[in-house]
Each structure stands twice: as structure tokens, then as C-alpha cells.
Design a protein around this ligand. Sequence first.
Ligand code: BGC
Length: 377
Amino acid sequence: MKKMLMALMVLVAAGSVVFAKGGSQSQSSGATPGDLVGIAMPETHVERWVKDGASLKRFAEARGMRAEVQFGNADQTQQNQQIQSFLTQGAKVLIIGCINDGVASVVTEAARGKVAVIAYDRIIPNSADYDYYLTFNNFKVGQLQGQGIETGLNLKAATADAPKYITLFAGSPTDGNAFFFYDGAMSVLNPYIDSGVLKVVGPYPKTSADTANFQRIATENWQAPIAKTRMENLLSGDAGDVVLDAILAPNDTLARGIIEACKADAKYRTKLPVVTGQDAEADSAVSIKNGEQYMTVFKDTNKLAEAAIILAEAIVRGQTPNIPGAILASGELAKIGDTGKKVVKAYLLDPVIVTRDNWQVPLNAGFYTEAEAARLK
Ligand code: BGC
């Protein structure tokens, strides 16, 4: 009897540990108490990663795991040290949004120690030492940006006698996503360029495969000051004699830098070009609502984070993951999971276009903090 009571007390105590960690309802899924999830995010200068880090930690803890988040400050050496520290602490799973292919060596270390790695949002290039990648349909993100420009400039009705002018920016050349974003956008814009309806000012890589020109429009480590300076140079150089109708900007952080540069130019004081973006950052949502930035792409990173933790839990338990809302990339899209050394399973979530007509979508999805939401009132 005494033994039974003791066993019961141990069970209750274990349960309460799980409960204290999880703190909420999702205990029914059964937790893996004590399992450490190491969460390595690339940077904080792009706001989304701060949100991603917080969401991943919250979902992991709600499922009874321990979680630690580190940000790599756009420096792969620093992120590798953070990942090594997760390994030393006995992490069971690593969720990595990497900075560049320099991450592959620590992914190999993890594999040697039988620690599972999930590439989060960004592929881990040049590695055959992991199996899972969770992201958005990044080609579609670009297509939505292209469609934003198509609608914003009414390209379907435009003619080559009165062409529209565009200048092109791409994301970081060390981030695999940047290529998909660009190619998605150009899949919509190239036909208009071919027919002379749309004219490119500055370098024109038809696709990201034109490496030399792609490098010229790329933005190292997604740094807004680099994009802003490039825009200023374009305004006083190649774009000096025209009025730009559109600017393909790959994300919101860069879009706002580019808009700042345009606003300082008298030509654009009353009418800004159609500028694209991505991430539905609060500052850009305000800008869209006010009619400045034309569009963004909403990627519900809360869903991505939750999916990553569901996947992490399934991996730790040796179960087949079932990720709600994600499709396993196949056919053409399977390329998204090509690391250059192997094709990993890529689970894709769906991005959504946001313009002045539907700026409420991310707000209604609970994407913003209270303070951010208040700015949109
Ligand atoms: C992400 C974008 C983000 C960019 C810069 C990309 O890999 O998919 O959401 O804006 O990195 O951090």
C-alpha cells in the first residue's frame, strides 16, 4: 500500500512538472518532459525572427519540452557556437533558421550525436545530414509579389507605347529563399518585360540563374541600409531620367529602407512607386494602411512555429509527423527541399497577399502583439 502510494505520488509529481512547464491545455498530446529543443534563429534586425523565436519557445513549452532560443546576429560563426552549446547541453532536436552554408559543419556534428535537425524557414544548404525542412511556399511568395506589381500597375492593360518602369532588388545571396522569391516574382513579370510593357531600370537578371546580375541586385544578409544606399544610387544614377512605377523589394525591412530613399527624392514626394514586401511586419502594415508600401506577403509564422514543434515532438518520439495545414512538397516544388547534396522532406505552408484592401488579415489572425495591433487601430 505504502509502495503504491509512493508510486502515485511520483506520478503526480511528474505530472505537475509537465504541467508547470506546459502550463496549459495541450498536455493531452503527451509531453516529452525535459527534452531540450535548441532554437537557433538567424538575426534580430528583421523583426519576424524575434517573433519566431518567442513562438517556438512558447509552443515547445506548451508541449512540455524545454526550449532555449539564441539569435545569431547574421553571423554564422556565432550561430555555430550557439548550436554547439545546445549540443553540449544535450538538446534532442535543433530548430535552425541558418545564416549561410557555414552551418553545415555543426549539422554534421548533430547528426553524429543522433540529434535531429529541422531546417526552419531557410534551407540548410550543402548538407546531407538532416531530413526535415519546414517553410512556406517560397516560390509562391515571389509570385504574389509579382502579382502585386501586375495589379498595382495594371500591367494587363498597359502597352509598349507607354511602358512602365521598374527596378529590381533581391534578398541575401546566402539565403536559399532569396532565389525562390525572385524567381517566383519574375515568373509573373518576365512576360511583360519580354513584350516591352515593363522596362527594367538597372541590372536585370531574368532569373536567379544569372548569377552575375543577381549578385548586383542582391542585399547581403538582408541589411536595410544596403538596400537604401543602392536605391539612393539608382535614383541619382540609372533611374535619374525616369519616374519609376514599381520596385520589387523582397521583404518589408528592405521595402521600408527603399521607400525612405524614394521619399527623399522630390519626384516621389506625392506618389511613391508600387513597392512590394513580405512578412507583414507591423511597420509595413501601418505603411500599407496609409497607402505608402503597396503590398506585403503574410506568412503566418505562428503556424510555422507550431508546426515545427509538432514535427520536433514526432521526431523525438519516432512517430510519423502529421503537420496540420502543411503540404509535403512534391513535383516541381520538391526543389525547395534540395540542399545541393540531397532532397530533404519539405513541408510547406501557404503565404497570403496583403494590400490596402485586406490589411486586416494578419491582425485578425492574431499575428500582432497588443502594442502593434494598437498602432493599426
Ligand atoms: C525569410 C523572410 C525574411 C528574410 C530576412 C528569409 O529567409 O523567409 O521572411 O524576411 O529571410 O530575414
